[in-house]
Design a protein around this ligand. Sequence first.
Ligand code: TYD
Ligand code: MG
Length: 467
Amino acid sequence: MPKTKTVYRCTECGAEYSKWQGRCDTCGEWNTLVEEIVAPKVAVAAGGSARRIGGARSLGEGGNVVTTPRLRDVSGSEAQRWTTDLNEFDFVIGGGIVPGSMLLIGGEPGIGKSTLLLQVAARLQAGGHRTLYASGEESALQVKLRADRLSSDAGDVELLSETNLETILATAAAGAPSALIVDSIQTVFTADLEGAPGNVGQVRECAARLMRFAKDSGTTVFVVGHVTKGGGIAGPKTLEHIVDTVLYFEGESTLDHRVLRATKNRFGSVDEIGVFRMSETGLDPVENPSELFLGDRNSHASGSAITALLEGTRPVLIEVQALAAKAGFGTPQRVATGFDSRRLALLLAVLEKRAGLSFAALDVFLNIVGGVRLEEPGGDLAIAAALASSVYDRALPADAVFIGEVGLGGEVRPVSQVERRIAEAANMGMNRVFLAERGVPKRLGGSRDVRVVGVRTIADLFQLLFA
Ligand code: TYD
Ligand code: MG
């Protein structure tokens, strides 16, 4: 028998280490490593010979030889996708649900994952695809009460209030629905493993079995996954590797809009987002996202500029507001909300020296809208544009986005992942993106048209905007 060895595995991301350490190098979390005993794999002799090693079976022994058709001889076409009439949902997953695929929907508690899936279930059912909703989180009555609020009728959806994975799979196998929804992966467990539901081993094993079930039976499987503080789906990263499609559902708890985003998709693009509004009767797809996002924006007012930030790995558009007003007595005020005030002082000095704008007699107020903290230098160009717009008292073009770092010489510098930011701007209905000349991408992806304007310095930018 080969000897077992001890490794240490991170409960957050699944990374493996030979020694214990306080912090996981892969995901950066503290105290997440746990001991795990593993049996080493049997070594395979180099050169492909089927020599016996230490009494192990030779390569391929006991396996079956199967035919290997040429790729050109493989027949069949992609199965017809199922559409749900929830346009934004269909759009994000690449134009409808691929039958037999497995989708993971992550998001914070209360964001609307169960609501979304219940609506999807109702639409699927209406389209003739029988759907089984297995809830480990809520009782049948709780699910029914939610269903009663929805504008779409989920009355025919079959319900299973269960946390035992074997029971869920056996029930699904016997009833043979077209789609199975498991809400949530952290509440189900398999009796074959020790450990409470929600621990890494359980989550990984349950997901792997559901995937196998999806592929073996052709059932479409939706799985809800909770999100940790760090923004990842709780449990190992491998969960994301197992499934076909990973969707994140996010939003501000105080606002009623929700954004659905694909971060992995075997059957479509990952740069698309879908926007919903949470209403009294469930989630309504929002046709024009930019309208909602920047809905409270007064684009006719001077001092307002839009930039595209990267939140973690995700681009988002935010509004920057600046107000430069005649100062009273004494030293003029510099007040920044959501932005480093020393960086503001620096930008003011650059604007004064390199673009001839004088702030000496002006109070300056800067606000990043929506409670966001702008920490990326990529927001500099929008702040510079907003400040200049306020000084000149002339509004910026309403459909423009500003992306770039501003240097001490007044030069505009490129920022990372500009294609994704531009794609987000396009998604949000923006038509013009101003950015560093050197950072203009050669080729633009994205579904909607957007004009990219490269500028070398802030003086160039102001010449374009205010001349
Ligand atoms: P839910 O789908 O339970 O979230 P999750 O499964 O992600 O935890 O949604 C919960 C919130 O949505 C709750 O605060 C109530 C609200 N809601 C509405 O505003 N309107 C509705 O029609 C429904 C069903 C829920
Ligand atoms: Mg829920």
